[in-house]
Design a protein around this ligand. Structure first.
Ligand code: F6P
Length: 255
């Protein structure tokens, strides 16, 4: 399409789309690891893409992280879609408040003139609490909305970076390191062939729910994330990737 031609990354986008078997790839200039403006461009591209596909009365589930926080920062009302509902895909996952899915989803809703619903559940949860929390009527109701989301937008992180950022226990960190986890998304840690090495037990979107959702958009850039992106897509059910030039160039080296 016109936007892709303009971006100058058309060929690279096609190559990644083909190899990772995706429906759509968008590449923005630069390296998110180095400059904030690059991440903002990534966020802007994510907002533009969302607005190009979203219809009125649809639900958008979002995850946390700094990339998604920038998507929220760049959010604006869509011209054609009304009554958007934003929900967090899963719990807080140990992020700082400003990078939690709840915070991001409330900000997106505000900027898009939409509605939002939040999930008030601590994580990680013990098996016992998990079982009783999912029976709570208020939690059940929001979980229903989350699972029926029309669009999911999420971040992808490097496994060890994420485990440390979340202050994971020694045991979990050990499991992630010995299991050679490479990527993390939705609270799942994957190795280089896409197997789940560890999963944070919390309510919300589970990996198997994603295959029922038509549009799952990954937003992740930076040269340092290329390996993680590749690992995630070995298993990941996402069909759209919004990334930057540095991650894309590094990514194709692995093909
Ligand atoms: O913790 C939420 C989350 O979306 C993770 O699933 C993902 O690994 C991470 O944030 C990405 O964070 P960032 O965009 O800051 O790299």
């Amino acid at each position: 399409n016109f936007m892709n031609e303009l971006s100058g990354f058309h060929e690279l986008e096609q190559q990644i789309k083909g190899t990772l078997n995706l429906d759509h790839v968008i590449i923005t200039p630069g390296n998110s690891d180095e400059h904030d403006w690059v991440k903002q461009e990534l966020g802007k591209a994510a907002v533009d893409y969302l607005q190009s596909i979203i219809q009125s009365n649809q639900t958008i589930a979002v995850t946390g992280g700094t990339s998604m926080a920038v998507v929220a920062e760049m959010m604006s009302p869509a011209s054609y879609a009304q009554n958007s509902m934003f929900v967090p895909a899963r719990g807080g996952l140990g992020e700082r408040v400003e990078n939690q899915a709840n915070t991001i989803c409330a900000e997106m809703a505000k900027k898009a003139n939409g509605e939002y619903r939040l999930l008030y559940v601590p994580d990680p949860l013990s098996e016992e609490s998990y079982q009783s929390i999912i029976e709570e009527p208020s939690v059940k109701e929001i979980l229903q909305i989350i699972r029926q989301a029309d669009v999911v937008m999420h971040g992808i992180g490097d496994a060890v970076t994420m485990a440390k950022r979340r202050k994971a226990s020694k045991d979990v960190l050990h499991k992630i390191e010995t299991g050679k986890a490479v990527s993390e998304a939705f609270g799942y840690y994957f190795n280089n062939v896409g197997e789940v090495i560890h999963k944070v037990r919390t309510v919300g979107m589970q990996l198997e729910d994603l295959s029922k959702i038509n549009c799952v958009i990954a937003v992740a850039g930076g040269k340092s994330k290329a390996k993680a992106i590749y690992s995630y897509f070995k298993q990941g059910k996402s069909n759209v990737l919004i990334t930057d030039e540095a991650a894309a160039n590094e990514l194709i080296k692995g093909f």
